[in-house]
Design a protein. Structure first.
Length: 364
């Protein structure tokens, strides 16, 4: 039996309209519409053409039905500027990443969700409360992805073709998820992770994740969470020079622009000095990039541990992709490009499931 929903998800994942897919697979638009609505099923020959056009194995379309993530359940940045094609493509890829998460959860004990609901606080206070609950004090955060994963957030990457999608987060069956763009600077990636954490703790499952105010709140929380007021005041002079800002940004591992904005927010830069500093930073290339920035983006510690344990069972990326009914390239796009291979000369172990699932220990 063919899963109609998987035809639709695969088409959206590849960013194709019905007409475009029809041209590629030599199938009428009406037939494709009927397949996606479950009214009729493609023949084996037609399925083979669809599989080739969509770059998914035929087994993908014979796997159980899957639901599509509703756009209104997700916190897309600059939602009004994001066209439906990239949005739906990113959501389709993320829905497939959830299949990997299910696979992992069946085999390993992952950290439990430890995100409090902080919607009753303003963003600045919420960031202070969360830092206190997580025992962070005012210290700079060494790795945002590791911190999120240690507190039960599942973090995956977005495929590189969705460069216009910065990041997004959502709740699903009580589990928080964050999806990050890997094409931004490492500093931007950290801010995006903190921004999505804000949506999860400020808005949760019961409040709207969308709207201008939600975005302003998330930005304010991210700024305060990454650059606590007490830490900034203790380390930065009043009205710092541009050279001091450029040097100090490495303390909190943020962009020079983000630090400048925070200094202005804390009234350590006047309106005039803030504007002049932004102009100067722009001339130095800090609006479009981060000169002399962090050497590498943060990656998932949880996924690395999972892959290392899976490799110990003599299972490589291609084997896992086959279990999930996708190709290795597709799987790699969800996991920050992490790969693993079978060690040569070792016998393959066909069993995955454990009587007791190994518990993954994550370092904050």
């Amino acid at each position: 039996m063919i899963s109609s929903s998987r035809i639709a998800v695969a088409r959206k994942r590849r960013g194709l309209t019905l007409a475009e897919l029809g041209d590629l697979a030599d199938v009428s638009v009406q037939s494709l519409s009927n397949y996606e609505r479950g009214r009729t099923e493609p023949t084996n020959e037609t399925l083979s053409r669809l599989s080739s056009a969509l770059r998914f194995p035929e087994s993908f379309f014979r796997a159980p039905e899957i639901d599509f993530i509703p756009p209104e359940n997700v916190s897309f940045r600059a939602r009004s500027k994001l066209s439906a094609g990239p949005r739906d493509g990113a959501l389709a890829a993320s829905r497939l990443a959830l299949e990997l998460n299910n696979w992992i959860e069946q085999r390993y004990k992952l950290p439990e969700n430890k995100l409090p609901s902080l919607g009753q606080f303003d963003p600045e206070t919420a960031s202070e409360v969360l830092r206190a609950r997580w025992g962070l004090d005012s210290a700079p955060i060494s790795n945002m992805i590791h911190l999120l994963e240690a507190h039960g957030v599942r973090v995956f990457s977005l495929p590189p073709e969705y460069k216009d999608v910065d990041a997004f987060s959502m709740w699903r069956d009580g589990t928080p998820f964050v999806f990050l763009n890997t094409l931004k600077t490492p500093e931007r990636g950290r801010f995006d992770a903190a921004h999505e954490l804000a949506h999860l703790v400020l808005h949760g499952e019961e409040h709207s994740l969308v709207g201008p105010q939600a975005e302003r709140d998330a930005n304010a929380f991210a700024s305060a969470f990454l650059m606590p007021k007490s830490s900034i005041v203790a380390r930065m002079p009043k009205t710092p020079m541009v050279s001091q800002i450029v040097k100090a940004k490495s303390i909190w591992m943020v962009s020079a622009m983000a630090l400048t904005y925070r200094l202005h927010e804390l009234e350590m830069l006047s309106d005039w000095h803030y504007r002049r500093t932004c102009i100067d930073l722009g001339k130095r290339g800090f609006r479009t990039g981060e000169p002399n920035g962090l050497p590498a983006r943060e990656k998932s510690q949880l996924l690395e541990k999972v892959f290392r344990l899976t490799q110990a069972k003599n299972t490589n990326l291609r084997d896992l992709a086959q279990e999930l009914h996708v190709n290795a390239e597709e799987l790699s796009s969800w996991v920050f490009g992490l790969v693993f291979t079978i060690r040569s000369g070792e016998k393959r172990d066909s069993g995955y499931l454990e009587t007791e699932r190994p518990r993954l220990s994550l370092v904050q």
